[in-house]
Design a protein around this ligand. Structure first.
Ligand code: OGA
Ligand code: MN
Length: 295
């Protein structure tokens, strides 16, 4: 059976059929999916009952695995999963939902803010692949915004103004916006801000996108309040309903997105009930500040 992709939204997002992710992917299928990612930026695969190992093996077709260190306040010894996937569930080592006041739970609530994965790393992530192992009974949709369309629809004046802007991104900015402000010295060191271009260009098709994320807290050469007002305006523009796809999860869905061309967020859900989501993350290949100035 050959791979088919059906659009799920007027601007981006495709649903892929004709592929079984429990089995190794042939080179033609891997190429078709990567090309689909370049075009659609988000791909949905339904009814894929996979193990962590199969999820990681599928992700490996698109690049190296991103090292997850430095992305959380969870202690290594408290990890529920040791397979190499990122645990984005609300579960502790005992398999039960984390208590309401648990520090890791509070930190993870940052995923409810619009972001691009790992924009707080010097080399941010390329793709993320999220697999639904237990679906929460209430809420918990994941929303995606097309940042190419967001860029394309800016007025010329704004496009010129932001063309070469460089932002500082840190996990302390996104978490700080939720009032999570207490960090150990080691965490402060780990979450030091990194630089990212505000406009980036896709390496294959060359389309530009607005590279926003709730981790972004300042812009070089601007005062912080001035920068934050601009970033808020851009975020408001970029997340208008016409640029957004809402994914309602079914058990064993796998959704794969390109962090270079999209933002995403999870909506609130019933924290007293399990939501087991696991992410394989494909590393990016270069800092965005090394990209050519946008022409
Ligand atoms: C992620 C993330 C959203 C969700 O895995 O990067 O933001 O729906 N997850 O859990
Ligand atoms: Mn995320």
């Amino acid at each position: 059976m050959t791979i088919q992709i059906t659009p799920l939204h007027p601007l981006f997002v495709g649903e892929v059929s004709g592929v079984d992710l429990t089995r190794p992917l042939g080179p033609d299928d891997a190429r078709a999916i990567e090309a689909g990612m370049d075009h659609y930026a988000v791909l949905v695969f339904r009814r894929q009952d996979i193990t962590d190992e199969q999820q990681l093996a599928f992700a490996r077709n698109f690049g190296e695995r991103e090292d997850s260190r430095g992305g959380s306040v969870a202690k290594k010894e408290d990890a529920r999963l040791t397979s190499g996937v990122n645990d984005v569930s609300n579960l502790g080592k005992d398999g039960k939902p984390l208590p309401k006041d648990d520090r890791t739970h509070l930190f993870n609530l940052g995923n409810c803010l619009w972001h691009s994965d790992s924009s707080f790393r010097p080399i941010p992530a390329k793709f993320s692949l999220l697999s639904a192992r237990v679906v929460n009974p209430k809420g918990g949709n994941t929303e995606f915004a097309d940042m190419r369309a967001a860029y394309d629809t800016l007025d010329d004046e704004t496009r010129d103004e932001i063309a070469d802007m460089i932002c500082e991104h840190s996990l302390m900015t996104s978490r700080g916006a939720l009032g999570f402000l207490d960090y150990s010295d080691e965490e402060k060191q780990m979450f030091k801000p990194v630089l990212q271009r505000l406009v980036r260009q896709h390496p294959v098709h060359g389309r530009k996108s607005l590279y926003l994320s709730s981790h972004a807290g300042s812009i070089q050469g601007m005062t912080v309040p001035e920068a934050r007002v601009l970033l808020r305006d851009l975020n408001e523009h970029a997340t208008q309903p016409q640029f957004v796809y809402v994914h309602k999860w079914s058990l064993h869905d796998l959704v794969m997105w390109d962090n270079r061309q999209t933002m995403h967020r999870v909506r609130r859900y019933d924290a007293s009930q399990p939501r087991d989501m696991r992410r394989a993350t494909v590393a990016g290949d270069a800092p965005t500040v090394q990209q050519q100035a946008a022409e």
